[in-house]
Design a protein around this ligand. Sequence first.
Ligand code: CO8
Length: 259
Amino acid sequence: MAYETIIVEIEEGIAVLTLNRPMVLNALNNQVFYELAEAASTIAADPSVRVMIITGGDKVFAAGADIGQMASASAVDVTTSDNPSHRAFHLIENMPKPVIAAVAGYALGGGCELSLVADVRIAADNALFGLPEIKLGILPGGGGTQRLPRLIGAGKAKELIFGGDFIKADEALSIGLVNKVVPADQLSTEAKKMATRFAERGAVALRLAKSCVNEGLKMDLEAGLQYEHKCFSLLFSTEDQKEGMKAFLEKRPARFQGR
Ligand code: CO8
């Protein structure tokens, strides 16, 4: 499919998905969400892709959902069961491979929420995060009130949601909103470096490890531990487990096949 609002590049097992509406600071309209969903489905099903990076490039990640499009929306429009933003976010969050958000400049509102569906966030030192929806008379409806407190704790999340203020990359790092801050001109390189590191691991183990963390967060500890144990046991049926342990004993790097 030809995309108009995103760019998808695949190289050496890493898919880079770049938001591409620079004139409106990559504001996320329905077309972006439809295209993100389509690209995420395709990448999820492509066994040659091991890791996905989502970025807005080196200037801006995304300044939020498209306010021009939202301004005239009715409650019925917003509550549609086929909500394109929820579908796109669900597909990215549940992608059976690691997703890294590489964030430069503004990551606001729906843009910040998009970064939250990634597994890991790397921020450029010029990044600014915020959930300014409250200033528009709404609330962060792209998962911000749910994913942010789970990531950084309810108190800090409420401060960001209630105040609507922006925080810089170093503060985002200190509260655990991002994993790492890098110089802006090294954002793409650093994201690819991390993606390459993940891509070298066994794809089945990665998929199940991600599932254990994501699904475990929805369970109580005992249920989560049981789920983890099932996934752990399952991995002993894979060639990658045999290869990983054999390689260790033979003191050589493992060559995982993803099966
Ligand atoms: N929507 C539409 N257009 C936007 C948006 C946006 N969110 N952000 C910026 N733009 C446009 C501006 O209108 C402007 O267009 P034009 O040149 O035609 O006037 C262009 O981008 C450049 O923006 P500015 O001139 O405003 O640039 P500044 O550098 O002066 O300011 C800011 C940058 C501070 C980022 C400012 O643009 C701003 O405050 N933007 C809005 C931020 C915001 O409120 N975001 C939250 C939106 S609500 C939301 O995301 C709800 C999500 C929940 C549900 C959806 C699921 C994802």
